[in-house]
Design a protein around this ligand. Sequence first.
Ligand code: SF4
Ligand code: SF4
Length: 314
Amino acid sequence: MADLDAIIFNVQKFSTEDGPGIRTTVFFKGCPMRCPWCHNPESQQFKPEVVWHGGRCLGDHGCIEVCPENALSAEAEGIVVDRGRCKGCAKCVAFCPASALEIHGRHIGVEELFERVARDAVFYRNSGGGVTLSGGEPLAQAKAVLAFMRLLRGAGIHTALDTCGVASESVLKEALEWVDLVLLDIKTADLDKHLAWTGVPFSRVEKAAQIIEESRVPVWVRTPVIPGYTAEENLIRGVARFVAETLHQCERHDLLAFSNLCTAKYKQLGMSFALSGASLLGPDDMMHLCDVARNAGSLHVHWSGPIRPAEVSV
Ligand code: SF4
Ligand code: SF4
C-alpha cells in the first residue's frame, strides 16, 4: 500500500479522557464545524498554521528574512503571520534560535503514525485502553483515517472515533466496521441553534446517530456545556431526549464543562474568541444539568471539566 498522508496537530499519550483505559489520542487537523466555544482553534483549518510566542522572541527578525513567501512582518504587536501567504513550510520555525515560532499541524504517513501509537500497545492491553482518533474531524481525512483504523484493527488495538458526525454516509459506515467505540459530539438538538452556532444543520448529526445506532457499535455522547449557548436546561433536556430516543446502545453521556484555557491560542492564531470574558460554571450548575439530562431519559450521565472555585465566606 502506498503510504497515505494525514495532517495531525497533536498526539497525546497516556490520555484518560477519550475512552476507556490508558489511550493515545491522535488529533487530526481540519473541521467542518465552527463552534464559537471550540477548545482547539488550531484544529479548524486543514493546513499547518504558524504561531508566534512573543515572550520568547529575541527581536532579531531573522525569521522574516528566511520566509520564502514574505509571509512574516514585524508590526507594533510583534511578528505577524500573513495567513493568506503562509504555505506552512516551517522554515521559520526551524530557523528561529529562540523557539519563538511554532507550527500547529504536520503531515505524517499513516504507517509512521501507526508505528508511533503501536509502541504503547502493552499499556493499552494492560489498562483496557487503546487509541482514539479525534480532531478536528477525523473523518474529513477519510482515506488516511480509514487506512489507519484498518492497521489498528489488524494489531488488535481498541479504537475509538471521536466525531461530530459530519461525514459522508459511506465513509461513516466503513469507519464503523473498524472501530470499537464512537464518541459522538452532540452540541444541541435545537435545529436553529445548531445551524447558527456550528454552521452545519442538525440533520447531519441526526443521520450519523441513526447510522451509528444501526451499526450496534457502542457510543458515548459528549455535550459541551457552554455559558450563553448550550448551558440551558431546555437545551440539555433536548439533547438527552434525542439520545434516549435514538441511541439505545449509548453507554454514557458526558456533559463537558466550558473551559477558557484556550484563550491564548485564539490570540496566537489571530482569531477572536467569543467567550473570552465568560465565567466557568459551578459544580452545582453541572450537577443540576446532569439531573435534567437523567430526568429526560439519558442514562449514565457524568460531567467533567474545569469549574468555578467555590466562594469562601469570611
Ligand atoms: S527568528 Fe525567532 S527570535 Fe528572531 S524575530 Fe523571529 S521569532 Fe523572534
Ligand atoms: S511556515 Fe514557511 S511560509 Fe509560513 S511563515 Fe514560516 S517560513 Fe513563511
